[in-house]
Design a protein. Sequence first.
Length: 610
Amino acid sequence: MPVPFLDVQHLTKRFGALTLFEDISFSIAQGQKVGLIAKNGTGKSTLLAVLTGKDSADEGEIIYRNGLRIGYLEQLPHFNPTDTVLDACFNHEGNDEKILRAKQILTQLKIRELGQQMGQLSGGQQKRVALANVLLTEPDMLILDEPTNHLDLEMIEWLEGYLNRGQKTLFMVTHDRFFLDRVCNLIIELDQQRLYTYRGNYSYFLEKRQERIDNQRAEVARANNLYRTELDWMRRMPQARGHKARYREEAFYELERVAKQRIEERQIRLKASNVYIGSKIFECQYVSKSYSTNDAAKGQEHTITILKDFYYNFARFEKMGIVGSNGTGKSTFLKLLLGEVKPDSGRFDIGETVRFGYFSQEGLKFRDDQKVIDIIRDIAEYIDLGRGHHLSASQFLQYFLFTPEQQHNYVYKLSGGERRKLYLCTVLMRNPNFLILDEPTNDLDIQTLQVLENYLQDFPGCVIVVSHDRYFTDRVVDHLLVFQGNGVIKDFPGNYTQYREWLALQPQDNTGTFRKKQEEEDKKTEEKTTASHPAATDKPRKKTFKEKREFEQLERDIATLEQEKRDIEAALNSGLLSAEDLTAKSIRLPKLAEELDLKELRWLELSELL
């Protein structure tokens, strides 16, 4: 039998009159990878905070196995701004072996300057350092709040592989459905203050949840029929409510409760049929953009190229996805298109009928004393759907899962995810015909993502989406721009899954990194199928003699490659290279980075063996 790591009994948490969860119980055994699913504002992050002692419950017990070490990734981690990246990872107590391991994990998460102060990092970079910190502590159990936020697609795929190696025990909140499907073997759903458990991955959860909803609908339909009969009796026989019929009155109110309960399933699709956009959208005419950054630690200036003589003519009704590693210029491209950043050369020729709606990563600041409905009504009282049909501000909010009660809440009562959803509604309520969405899936719950996906599929205008959510991208876009760095952009006619399938067919020397990840993914799927109930006695095996030699050689190779990388970067920044040398080193640098990634990934695999 699996060893129980965590047992939660009859847990209740309230904020004033609001009950987040009530009398919930569940347990997590060794080796289980559990995903928690719930709507925004229902207490997911609060539950994790309660489990880790950052917050307290009103009632109930939380029982961990004695001596269990917990690693907790908060949704918004906090650091001393003067600490270096390395200090933040080890609390000033790192030895040489730990530092080498930290360097490999941080490199996978695209954090390369270990001496940089935390206060100089963006919020996304700080989240990645916090994730590295949790992984480096090698806890018995990981509790992760939105671990894929601020990770690019390559990082997410690396994290999937990392979490699936060995018998790690995991409890996490994430809205990344591919990640849930590939990592988790048990799903817990928090719905209307009740907990439902599904012993499988996300695909299994979808199937069994639909069965539950169908059964619930049938129960509600039966209750409605009885309710109508009982209501007629109550109206005709008021005098019968005295003594013998008391039980029937009580049964009536129970039937009323069941018949009126809300099942938050949105089957309708919003069709903004009045949106008009002309045949001319925008033409990106040989645009170039680069900028310089200063490395204070090395006293060097580095030039980053975003676009290089880039041409593209955007088609009417096109739904484009933009993918690529962090730092390759995806968000900068959007700001160039919107005119917020000026190109170094070239221009954007935008059609006269185009009305942009821009959803940025930074979001929108609301006043805490504003009500949700007032914020939307300040933009418009209704959306014109065409053909004489209108959708009021309240109906629009309800479509995006703000109940009538929530619409009259003040902003200060909203969770982070609810504020993000409200910001999305302010963008869409302006009725644009060209939507530009920069990481729209961050902090939105799965139900809201499903509504947004339906909205975008039916949207009769143009859409550009920058997103690391592979499931969302597959459902929404039909075309990709792949930002590969150094101004290299691949134009691919298909969604992200189709792009991956195409990459798998390419020659090994061009896409070795991808091939290796695909092989790992296939192996991981096989392991999950054959080991759904891991034994409590499973332990990492010891390195073979050959693997020990390989591990030692990898350490030497990594050090050599990193030195070569530093030398190339210094040469490129020196301004002293001939045109021939400049070209050769520019070609070598991305290949070198790929080689480093492969060796570091293998080093991490071997480092987990005894």
